[in-house]
Write a protein that binds this ligand. Sequence first.
Ligand SMILES: [Zn+2]
Ligand SMILES: [Zn+2]
Length: 299
Amino acid sequence: MAAKMIPKFSVLRAIRVVGDAWVLRILHEAFRGTTRFSDWQANLGIPPTVLSNRLDSLVACGILGKTGTGRRNEYVLDEAGLDLWEVLLAIRSWEISTQPGKDHVRPFLTHLTCGETCEPVLCCSSCTGTLTPFNTFAQKGPGAGFEAKSTTQSRRRGAAALRQETELSINTETLLCLGDSWTPAIIATAFRGFHRFSEFESYLGIPPLLLSERLKELVSMGVLTRKMKDGSEGVRLTQKGLALFPYISMLAKWGDTWLDDGSGVPLTFHHHDCGCQYTPVFRCSKCNGRLHRRQIKLA
Ligand SMILES: [Zn+2]
Ligand SMILES: [Zn+2]
């Protein structure tokens, strides 16, 4: 049987790598300085076989580098892994803006350049203006086209992964929403402007039963709504869903950078306000300076 073909979409390539609850939690720990197998196991309560499987796949895609031998193995973030800092920062911002009341468990973000605590603001690389889903649009890029749908199975979200919420860790609702390969893919497709069941089905190559199940979950989480403005059948992003724009934007940027198939970017992104093609960047909400990985501190 011929493989199902789906449109090339960098976000989906990125989701195949990081759209997993354990992977998100492992990365979160890695950015906090965890490098040893035993520490991950202790901090996350993750079964050793699952941990070793996830670490191997992160090493295979260049996110983690492995040093040492046997039980002394250490895993440190490699270039591609370090470059995920904007994706993780976007997840943190989404939690803060949409899940009020949990602020006490979230570290403050300090911009070392200006010394202020701040929030990251998604901005255009060309004009420095703020980016929103409404002042941007995507066009087919040089790498546009179709590719075979990945045959890797969607890893079911283990209940254990979702319930062991610890201080400072990514929270349960976020893992339900983003810690899986299908839900963030549906959200990304909604940002492409699709509303109808059949559109999601053909764009993602997702089995209909799974699609209805995940749509139901996203509606119950308040990320999507079935209340279409023109009364038609379909789903659209709510305010809470739209607030994932920085996350989807940064995932696309990461996918474009690290998962290019050699033909160039499938989509280019444009900012209405300045008319230019952009790469999303984070700027400081206090001084408006560009945020760089080494000039921020979460504590
Ligand atoms: Zn601009
Ligand atoms: Zn600043």
